[in-house]
Write a protein that binds this ligand. Structure first.
Ligand code: ATP
Length: 206
């Protein structure tokens, strides 16, 4: 640790953020308070290995929208490491880098219950669990449907579930409303809405 550097409890929220929406800010706020986090780092994927078929707007737009979304929150940060690295964005690579760059911090990887369904197919899930504490946000502790071949992994993931209210909103819904010319203003932060309008994002069919 460098002189003067304080260890922080950091929530890591990865995703496509295509675009960022109020559900993302809600989960960050909820878990910041529930897990006593000092900061939440939003890390947009350059290419989500689990959504290879989905087209995303450029990393530049997604990073810009994230910066606008969190501008009023001093403890939230946007990291461009995955966008800079390019290629498929594997969480294990990102966690290794974070631990190399800031070994003094404690990392809590935040995942929504939809993202956890295929966690057993991710690169090096056991090593991920060694490098961070997993936190899975789910509406209901029992209601989450996971069924891995790997019992040890499944147990660890079940233990990581925190029951918390979630907002019913997804980037998919916003893209489809924008494409149909319908209103999505109430689902994204105001400056993100303005940015999307100015740049005519998601108005063309995917
Ligand atoms: P898409 O609809 O394109 O699949 P998404 O809305 O699920 O996207 P992502 O960027 O893939 O958004 O999600 C990033 C992280 O935020 C994931 O861990 C996901 O589970 C979580 N998340 C997404 N939407 C919500 C929500 N409404 N409430 C809580 N967590 C969410």
């Amino acid at each position: 640790m460098l002189m003067g550097e304080r260890s922080k409890r950091v929530g890591v929220l990865g995703g496509s953020f295509n675009p960022v929406h109020l559900g993302h800010l809600h989960i960050a706020k909820e878990l910041k308070s529930r897990c006593q986090l000092d900061e939440v780092w939003f890390i947009p994927a350059y290419q989500n290995p689990h959504k290879m078929n989905q087209s995303v707007v450029s990393g530049v737009h997604r990073l810009e929208m994230l910066k606008l979304a969190i501008q009023d929150y001093a403890s939230y940060k946007v990291m461009d490491i995955e966008c800079k690295r390019k290629g498929p964005s594997y969480t294990i690579d990102t966690l290794r880098l974070l631990r190399e760059q800031h070994p003094e911090n404690e990392y809590l990887l935040i995942l929504g219950s939809d993202a956890i369904k295929r966690f057993h197919e991710w690169n090096s899930p056991h090593e991920i669990l060694k490098l961070c504490t997993l936190v899975v946000a789910s509406r209901e502790k029992e209601g989450i449907s996971i069924n891995y071949d790997d019992n040890k992994l499944e147990r660890s993931v079940r233990e990581a579930i925190i029951s918390t209210p979630l907002l019913k909103v997804s980037s998919t819904e916003i893209r489809s409303l924008a494409e149909r010319g319908e209103s999505y203003q109430s689902l994204v932060p105001a400056p993100v809405f303005e940015y999307m309008q100015q740049n005519k994002l998601y108005t063309q069919p995917e």
